[in-house]
Design a protein around this ligand. Structure first.
Ligand code: ZN
Length: 320
């Protein structure tokens, strides 16, 4: 009979320990996890200094693995083992999958791929500077894009190394800054042949809205749902804008296929992230694969902006 085993007192206890989490779909809310944490805190962390067992990796202390976070980490795996033993789905903890840390790095794959993205931007800006004369239109606008992107990938690397509220907020805000700047770059590009007043007005409006959003998120209330909706809205607007412009100039500027392909593949990567599966080998989850996917797309995007800057230059335009 299904569920009969839970009538054994030991199994019943186990069942009670994890059943509420099954409904809540959150490992950190399961009684097994909270009890483990309480035990760890009361019996280990309250000792001054804590017994050496819990802090068995003192070199990790550099990455702020203190007694409490070591308790979180070991209790997370104890809870996962318990869930697996009873054939429950792998639970998430505080909205994240359980990851095996490497050298104290909390999400090694996402951290590595974030670094790879930063490297892709660094490599690409060097190529851009080699191939595009500094008098080309959009030359400095794309340098601005590089700076904003490097900042975003820097915080992404830090956040995936160690997840704290501060590093999380900096990652989210910096990523929103990147999509906002891409939208600004679109307007700067399509208004390039107009008076600079229009570009400056757009720069002012986008920067103002971005700082308003960041101020609200960081100092009033960090509404994660609102933040995601705003970022997705700007991302979709950005893609639609570049797609329509590409369709409009396709015959004269055939290289725009690079921009279209970048955006289409970017959407595929977003779709991959929506699959949100438990980490393969406790390392590779959908989010890390999304970061892996954006690194090669960076090269394609810069290849497009190199062609575009040189096209404008050949058309007799110079930076004003
Ligand atoms: Zn990330």
């Amino acid at each position: 009979m299904v569920g009969c085993r839970y009538f054994h007192p030991v199994h019943l206890l186990t069942y009670l320990l994890i059943i509420s989490a099954t409904y809540a779909s959150q490992g950190d809310r399961s009684p097994a996890h909270t009890q483990c944490l309480r035990h760890c805190h009361d019996n280990i962390c309250k000792h001054d200094p804590p017994p050496s067992g819990i802090l068995k990796n003192p070199k990790f202390n550099m990455l702020v693995w203190d007694c409490e976070s070591e308790c979180e980490y070991s209790c997370m795996w104890k809870t996962v083992t318990l869930f697996q033993m009873h054939d429950y789905a792998i639970p998430q903890f505080h909205g994240k999958w359980p990851f095996a840390r490497v050298g104290g790095i909390q999400e090694p794959a996402s951290m590595f791929f974030s670094l790879l993205n930063a490297a892709a931007h660094l490599y690409s800006i060097v190529q851009f500077r080699k191939l595009v004369p500094s008098i080309a239109p959009m030359y400095w606008t794309w340098h601005g894009y590089f700076s904003v992107a490097l900042n975003a990938w820097f915080w992404s690397t830090i956040f995936h190394t160690r997840d704290f509220l501060f590093t999380q907020h900096m990652d989210y805000i910096s990523a929103a800054g990147l999509v906002t700047y891409q939208l600004y770059a679109y307007f700067a590009r399509v208004l390039i042949y107009r008076h600079t007043f229009y570009t400056r007005a757009i720069a002012f409006v986008t920067a103002f809205l971005f700082f308003l959003h960041s101020y609200y998120m960081l100092f009033v209330h960090f509404d994660f749902g609102l933040h995601v909706r705003v970022s997705v809205f700007i991302g979709i607007l950005n893609a639609l804008a570049w797609f329509s412009w590409s369709a409009y100039v396709w015959t004269k500027q055939p290289y725009v296929w690079k921009a279209c392909l970048t955006l289409m593949l970017l959407f595929l990567c977003v779709a991959l992230e929506l699959l949100d599966f438990a980490p393969i080998a406790w390392v590779f989850d959908a989010h890390s694969l999304w970061h892996a996917g954006t690194a090669p797309l960076t090269l394609l995007w810069y290849s497009f902006i190199v062609d575009d800057c040189n096209y404008m230059l050949k058309s007799g335009r110079q930076a004003s």
